[in-house]
Design a protein around this ligand. Structure first.
Ligand code: NOJ
Length: 536
């Protein structure tokens, strides 16, 4: 077996730069702030950092509306800070992944301003213009067509009206975007997280989307607002585009590309290319963000992931991000469950991706929609909040973007400004890094210990996976196997303690002091877990 490329055995930590660490006391996180906290991430044990966009932007969608891809938003720093960041990350032996929003720009981008100015300017065809809208709905609801007076035409926005979609059927657009990609690769970045990659191409004939009974999208089926997204997402050209993108990355060696895509696992796999793994190197699989905390759920999840992402592919395990509920929301704020989830995420066959603050169990905040900075809730002020809560859908993304909780002092040690861009979560005095660093069995220290084990055990990075059968109900078990080496992971997802026979030679990790490993049997507390070595 050949060694895996680094991007298939790495561990990813996602930073939302606005909320990570504020180095200049303006209440907003910044690049120098990230640099100051790199040792924290390295000591925690993550190897790759993905940073949400920090390019020039009017910040109408907090950086996912870019107005200059090769410059830095002043509130985050300068180009020299970005270059310093790349260097500092590399000096610590880590990798840096940028967030590339290729589908759309900001309406403030000079390309769009020019394109909008007339029907015959040099960039007239850089965006998607039509005389009349068809029935296509945007991903955020309502028609995605918006009228521009200057041209007397409508432009298409997959997401929000101020984020016009680029026209990738125009080769100049593709060339310009690939040049930007090369610009950053040339400056040493190790790869990209690719924003809504699966909507980059739309139907060339603008055929109307068919009717659907679905109002709310799911990750399995993105149909929504009574429409199947048949002609607006996952077009064949987007799969081909993934392979082209990969070629550009390959010009610079082994670089990571991770797609934000949705629409069912069979479709997601197509973004990874064919059997030769010549498309994106990884894709997110967001269905698991709606996890159910049962052994059956995780067993099925592993089976699905192993079926869809066998070698030479690699699944990604992700349980939260800057758009969705934090994982504590699904875990009923139970730290025991969070530790078990970390044990699962960091030992299963796949690349784990953890959102900042998850390592200390940060929880969702609750803010009134009307006061949201996030533009999405303003579209839905007519819907009472309890409807979204019943559906388990996060509408106000501010609630999962509160500042990182570093310590129990004012502003949780995030900033010394009078006012932070978002208020701190009210629980910051009880949930914070400093406290958990001092507690040996804290969630933070469990994550750190697991990452250390993962580093030491090549079997956990590269080994194949076998699900263990005939375990007590409520217990999830799997073996990671590499060249005669075998590591067992046993997780009791039930509140009841349990005992069962297992042969093993060494206990590598246990979630609590009371979980007991005897010669031929193990005892697991309710929500207890163990990692065992078997010598063959
Ligand atoms: C997905 C990003 O994760 C989200 O934060 C953003 O608002 C949209 N794409 C639009 O770029």
């Amino acid at each position: 077996m050949t060694a895996l490329p680094w991007y298939h055995k790495t561990t990813i930590y996602q930073i939302y730069p606005r909320s990570f660490y504020d180095s200049n006391s303006d209440g907003i996180g910044d690049l120098q702030g990230i640099i100051q906290k790199l040792d924290y991430i390295r000591e925690l044990g993550f190897e790759t950092i993905w940073i949400s966009p920090f390019f020039s932007s009017p910040q109408a969608d907090f950086g996912y509306d870019i107005s200059d891809y090769t410059d830095i938003a002043p509130e985050y720093g300068t180009m020299s800070d970005a270059l310093e960041l790349i260097e500092e990350v590399h000096e610590r032996g880590m990798k840096l992944v940028l967030d590339m929003v290729m589908n759309h720009t900001s309406e403030e981008h000079p390309w769009f301003k020019e394109s909008r100015s007339s029907r015959d300017n040099p960039k007239a065809d850089w965006y998607i213009w039509r005389d009349k809208p068809n029935n296509w709905q945007s991903m955020t609801g309502g028609s995605g067509w918006h009228y521009a007076r200057e041209r007397g035409q409508y432009f298409w926005s997959s997401f929000l009206p101020f984020q016009p979609d680029l026209n990738y059927r125009n080769p100049d657009v593709k060339r310009a975007m690939f040049d930007i990609v090369r610009f950053w690769l040339g400056r040493g970045v190790d790869g990209f997280r690719l924003d809504i990659f699966n909507v980059i191409y739309k139907d060339a004939d603008f055929r109307d989307n068919p009717f659907s009974f679905k109002l709310v999208p799911t990750d399995e089926d993105p149909s929504s607002f009574f429409q199947q997204a048949k002609y607006t997402i996952n077009q064949p050209e987007s799969f081909a585009f993934a392979r082209e993108f990969r070629k550009v990355c390959d010009e610079f060696g082994e670089r990571l590309s991770i797609g934000e895509v949705n629409g069912g696992r069979k479709v997601l796999r197509k973004f990874l290319g064919d059997a030769a793994n010549n498309g994106l190197t990884l894709v997110f699989d967001f269905e698991m963000l709606n996890l159910k905390f049962t052994a059956d759920y995780f067993r099925d999840l592993i089976r699905e992931m192993e079926r869809h992402y066998p070698e030479p592919f690699m699944p990604v395990y992700v349980f939260s991000n800057h758009d969705k509920h934090r994982s504590m929301y699904r875990l009923g704020n139970d730290v025991r469950k969070a530790k078990l989830l970390a044990m699962f995420q960091l030992t299963v066959r796949g690349v784990p991706c953890m959102y900042y603050g998850e390592e200390i169990g940060m929880t969702d905040a609750k803010f009134p929609f009307a006061e949201a900075f996030d533009p999405i809730p303003h579209k839905f002020t007519f819907v009472p909040r309890f409807v979204f809560d019943l559906l388990g859908v996060l509408i106000n993304r501010d609630e999962v973007r509160t500042p990182m909780q570093w310590n129990g002092t004012r502003n949780a040690g995030f900033s010394s400004a009078q006012k932070t861009w978002l208020p701190l979560h009210e629980n910051y005095q009880t949930i914070h890094v400093e406290k958990q660093q001092a507690e040996s069995n804290s969630l933070l220290n469990v994550v750190r210990a697991l990452l250390k084990i993962r580093h030491q055990e090549r079997c956990l990075q590269e080994g194949s996976l076998e699900i263990l059968e005939n375990l007590p109900k409520g217990v999830l078990g799997y073996a990671r196997i590499l060249e005669g080496e075998k590591i067992l992971v046993l997780l009791n997802l039930d509140e009841q303690a349990t005992e069962f026979p297992v042969g093993y030679s060494e206990c590598i990790f246990k979630s609590s002091d009371r979980d007991d490993a005897k010669e031929k049997a193990i005892q697991l507390n309710g929500f207890g877990g163990m990692i065992l070595r078997i010598k063959s």
